[in-house]
Design a protein around this ligand. Structure first.
Ligand code: 5GP
Ligand code: 5GP
Ligand code: 5GP
Length: 208
């Protein structure tokens, strides 16, 4: 009988706050299409193991073929922009994400399925709206890490992982939000293990 092996336990669906990518010492570059929306954008969908370790670069013979995802490109430019320097149209970032992470879930999702599922996940939970509804705004203010976690847990139904980085003045700030997703890449689940957060107890939510 045909048996499809599944070589990972769950996905991390990771979104980044662009303001916190850009205001660091390293700075950032906007794509040629202009400044991205002032909203969380996708970093990636990462196969993971329940013990916190993860597979990577699982298939060197499967580079991203942009013709496979041409129908998704305009959505990806909006929802999955690359902010690294030099300025890029995203294809380099998406290719990196596919090679490093996407190739490790090829047993369940081909290239088109991987990117389509990731885009669809973003529409299932409006992180910025959930935070705004709790009075947590991207205005350069400081908020307790617990208030951010609590708001997102209430709004999504599952506890997120929160990752911080530091701005130019050394302030701890909200950088990435991790949600856990089942192996079909369609439903949020309780995280089997949360990523380490590197956050202070009060963190900045910078504007973008
Ligand atoms: P950093 O060192 O900036 O936290 O992470 C660098 C890269 O390692 C990430 O962009 C991602 O590709 C990978 N990575 C970091 N943490 C995790 C994790 O917990 N799970 C998975 N699957 N990848 C991770
Ligand atoms: P990871 O390996 O951690 O999944 O992805 C990070 C890699 O993607 C780095 O090499 C980084 O330079 C590149 N990259 C390109 N654009 C972006 C972006 O907008 N955000 C992040 N976090 N990484 C980006
Ligand atoms: P990577 O190994 O993925 O190139 O980069 C490691 C980390 O450095 C990423 O997780 C990301 O946070 C940061 N990084 C990489 N390139 C850039 C960049 O152009 N600007 C900023 N602000 N951070 C970057």
């Amino acid at each position: 009988a045909l048996c499809v092996s599944q070589d990972f336990d769950f996905f991390y669906f990771v979104q980044q706050w662009p303001g916190s990518y850009c205001d660091t010492k390293q700075s950032c570059c906007y794509p040629a299409t202009g400044k991205p929306a002032s909203d969380f954008s996708i970093h990636g969908l990462w196969p993971n193991y329940n013990d916190g370790s993860y597979p990577s670069n699982c298939d060197p013979n499967s580079p991203l073929d942009s013709s496979e995802i041409s129908d998704l490109t305009s959505r990806m430019q909006r929802s999955w922009p690359s902010l690294s320097c030099p300025s890029s149209d995203g294809l380099k970032f998406w290719s990196h994400e596919w090679q490093k992470h996407g190739t490790c879930s090829e047993s369940v999702l081909d290239q088109h399925g991987y990117f389509q599922s990731t885009l669809n996940l973003q529409n299932k939970a409006n992180l910025l709206q959930i935070l705004r509804n709790a009075g947590i705004q991207p205005n350069g203010g400081f908020y307790s890490l617990d208030s951010i976690k609590d708001a997102l847990t209430q709004g999504i139904g599952y506890t997120p992982g929160i990752e911080c980085n530091v701005d130019k003045s050394g302030n701890s700030q909200l950088y990435q939000i991790y949600l856990c997703v089942d192996t079909s890449a369609s439903n949020f689940i309780q995280c089997p293990i949360l990523p380490s957060s590197r956050c202070s107890s009060r963190i900045e939510f910078p504007s973008f």
